[in-house]
Design a protein around this ligand. Structure first.
Ligand code: GH3
Ligand code: MG
Ligand code: MG
Ligand code: MG
Ligand code: MG
Length: 303
């Protein structure tokens, strides 16, 4: 029987990456965790940061146990490097250095916890690992929740803004083009008035689904405001973006709401990034185009 088969449901399986250059220390830690009854550890042991960075391309870990004295990186810089690669994975620092200053530096650099090797005992280490993972999971979940629109499951305004910011940075730094579309449901107030707010909410979900359907993997969809949706299209100049945004407008029109009772139309404004743009100016240009689409009679896209 494998260890996994013997576990009961309240024993946690932890995918642990141990970065430790001393094979003696690594064996000691491995043996200790094996004897810890409250966790089952799937241990990966690597001796350098370079190997760890390579491993992140293929594998996911629940927690990293990091020796601070490594041949290719001595000290807390290692923490910053790991966080840059796997920002959502908690790091517990293990070191032979008992000074308070080292502990403080490690925590400041982003480690979740700190344990001098002299004080390692199995039950303490296993608790540190499980608590670090639990804390990080709550943080990751909160970060995700903060970016999601709960009604439609798309990104929210904040996620839209941060996506535009990220693409603007890529444009300024590397010249990567991108486009932004804002789509607004036409006469939505009338729909709420006629069918009620619950059906209105259902319409928002249907529209969200139609807009996000079959977009490119890299396209980012968000509910930007009440009945407005934002689409950020990375690596997409205006011609391609126009085709994609028009497809959104058409798909919304085809979708039915309220068990086939009715359908809705949208108006869209489109803008592609230009030299000198800011995150504000590109969104304002898309907004101005949207206003123009409304003015020209709705159910259309203006760039
Ligand atoms: P226009 O074609 O000019 O965009 O007209 P409109 O009625 O869509 O625009 P207006 O800005 O006047 O009204 C937007 C309406 O969207 C107001 C509100 O009734 C509705 N709305 C906004 N957020 C929500 C929501 O979360 N749920 C529901 N059911 N309705 C919403
Ligand atoms: Mg060591
Ligand atoms: Mg070392
Ligand atoms: Mg609106
Ligand atoms: Mg509207």
């Amino acid at each position: 029987m494998t260890p996994q088969e013997t576990q009961t449901s309240d024993i946690q399986t932890i995918r642990l990456l141990l970065i430790e250059d001393s094979s003696h220390d690594a064996e000691f830690i491995g043996a200790m965790l094996e004897r810890s009854p409250e966790i089952f550890v799937k241990l990966t042991h690597l001796a350098t940061l370079a190997e760890a960075v390579e491993a992140f391309k293929k594998e996911t870990f629940d927690v990293i146990l990091l020796d601070l004295g490594l041949p290719d990186n001595h000290g807390t810089d290692a923490i910053a490097l790991l966080r840059a690669h796997v920002p959502e994975t908690p790091i517990v620092v293990l070191t032979g250095d008992e000074r308070n200053e080292t502990a403080i530096n490690a925590i400041d650099a982003g480690a979740q916890d700190y344990l001098p090797k002299q004080h390692v005992v199995g039950s303490l280490l296993s608790r540190m690992l499980t608590h670090s993972i639990a804390r990080q999971n709550r943080l990751n979940q909160a970060n995700t929740d903060a970016l999601i629109d709960s009604l439609t499951g798309l990104g929210n305004r904040r996620s839209f803004d941060s996506e535009v910011e990220r693409r603007m940075h890529d444009f300024n730094r590397h010249g990567f083009p991108f486009s932004v579309a804002i789509l607004d449901i036409d006469h939505f107030k009338k729909i709420n008035d006629k069918w009620g707010h619950t059906v209105g909410d259902e319409a928002l979900k249907v529209v969200a689904k139609a807009i996000a359907f079959q977009g490119r993997q890299s396209d980012h969809f968000a509910r930007y405001g009440g009945e407005e949706f934002g689409v950020v299209m990375p690596m997409t100049p205006i011609e391609g973006a126009q085709i994609a945004a028009l497809r959104c407008v058409h798909r919304v029109k085809e979708a039915v709401v309220g068990e086939g009772k009715f359908s809705v139309t949208t108006s869209g404004g489109l803008a592609a990034v230009m030299p000198g743009d800011t995150t504000l100016s590109i969104v304002e240009r898309a907004d101005a185009a949207l206003y123009e689409a409304k003015r020209r009679g709705r159910d259309r896209l203006v760039k």
